[in-house]
Design a protein around this ligand. Structure first.
Ligand SMILES: O=C(O)C(=O)Cc1ccccc1
Length: 418
């Protein structure tokens, strides 16, 4: 099959896609939002309830041969519109995030899916597994921050798992310095937070003249919870105002991020990709490894540039399958080249011919290529000064009304990452 045709098959156009959203069929009642998912809980869930397959629409025999069939009078025939579920705008959707209540990821889940049930998980790995095993419908993953840069660990996770990016959210992040009631700043010896929290407030902490050590923990709200649970009077947390409220801490300083327009980008992950569209701005995320050869990255970028496709992000990570390539030269010795995986986001939908053609070309000079997702861009108006909260937004996740059935995610060559 020609590469372009293969691509078209991997990403069906709006017209030929059989979009069904299946998450309503997979509910398990035991999960309450107050419990934190751990890997143990997820595997226990797996042994108790098998992941349910999508429910198919039961079609009765209505041709007269089936004696049990009932043919209601004056019933309107089903049309294709009756088959697409009503968008739920996030209500009842179970969204797994890493951290405890009050974490920014929880706020991102609420921004993406208004009224969703946010499920705290103790690790990202667990959030991914929760979706894979149908304990959750979506996972929320912070991938980059305007000050702290890429969250590398999470890029590696995207590759290790088979989930699809179905949306993105930009969340303004407004950090506070939190401590137990009555604690004075001068008494602090330690500040704890997520590494991104520490990185985003580094200069302000110094400016405040605090003589404190920095300690990284799993999540910002977890830092606040830890201080409260252990009655630590010498330690402060960098976390949200909401975390202060939940864990009974006081806000010593408000808005301590080094830049007022501090924003974190989160991606939303699902078991199934959405049907890409062309009626609103879309972004596509890919990851590839390059073949031996010259100027591979240049060629990939050219394939996009020639088609007027803008790049919004590029990241490289070690290729864990083959971190080093040795090149022997009989006279000089052995050169050691590091091997990379490149992650690229570009502004186009996989429903567009130009994106399909660009990726067919990219496929020619890469040894591995995977489309992580083609999804609507977050176009919500954004005010940097507001503090992070659970406000509703006009964000719409098209995956709530349109998903395409599971299928291999690669577009031809598949290699590392599984
Ligand atoms: O730890 C959290 O609250 C997170 O959700 C991760 C994070 C940390 C700092 C800024 C943005 C996201």
């Amino acid at each position: 099959m020609k590469a372009a045709a293969q691509l078209a098959r991997s990403y069906p156009s709006e017209q030929n896609a059989q979009g069904t959203d299946t998450y309503e069929t997979s509910r398990t009642e035991w999960q309450s939002s107050s419990a934190i998912l751990t890997s143990k809980v997820v595997s226990q869930e797996q042994s108790e309830t098998l992941p349910m397959p999508p429910v198919s629409v039961g079609v009765d025999h209505v041709n007269g041969h089936n004696s049990t069939a009932r043919v209601p009078h004056h019933q309107k025939p089903l049309t294709v519109n009756d088959l697409s579920p009503t968008p739920m705008h996030g209500s009842n959707l179970r969204v797994a995030y890493q951290g405890v209540p009050g974490a920014y990821s929880e706020a991102a889940a609420a921004k993406a899916y208004h009224n969703c049930e946010a499920i705290p998980c103790d690790q990202f790995e667990v959030a991914f597994q929760a979706v894979e095993l149908w304990t959750a419908d979506r996972a929320v993953l912070p991938v980059e921050n305007s000050l702290g840069g890429s969250i590398h660990r999470n890029y590696d996770l995207l590759l290790r798992h088979r989930l699809h990016i179905v949306g993105e959210v930009h969340l303004p992040v407004h950090h506070c310095l939190l401590a137990l009631p009555g604690v004075r700043k001068e008494l602090l010896t330690r500040v704890i937070s997520h590494p991104q929290g520490l990185a985003q407030c580094e200069r302000t902490l110094t400016k405040l003249g605090l003589n404190v050590s920095r300690k990284a923990v799993e999540d910002t709200a977890g830092a606040a919870e830890f201080i409260a649970a252990n009655n630590l009077r010498d330690t402060a947390a960098i976390a949200s105002a909401r975390a202060a409220e939940i864990y009974g801490l006081e806000i010593l300083e408000d808005g301590i991020q080094d830049d007022a327009s501090n924003v974190t980008r989160f991606v939303m992950l699902a078991r199934e990709p959405i049907v890409p569209r062309t009626d609103r701005p879309f972004k596509t995320s890919i990851v590839f490894a390059h073949e031996k050869g010259t100027s591979v990255l240049f060629k990939v970028l050219s394939a996009l540039a020639f088609r007027d496709i803008s790049l919004t992000k590029i990241e490289s990570r070690p290729n864990h399958n083959r971190p080093i390539r040795l090149v022997d030269d009989a006279n000089v010795g052995t050169a050691k080249h590091f091997e990379y995986m490149f992650y690229i986001d570009f502004e186009a939908s996989m429903a567009e011919t130009r994106a399909q053609n660009a990726l067919s070309e990219v496929q020619e000079f890469t040894s591995f290529l995977r489309v992580l997702g083609s999804y609507p861009m977050d176009m919500t108006p954004w005010s940097p000064s507001s503090s992070t909260s659970h406000t509703a937004s006009s964000y719409t996740d098209l995956s709530l009304s349109q998903t395409i059935p599971p299928r291999p995610t690669g577009i031809g060559k598949e290699g590392p990452g599984g």
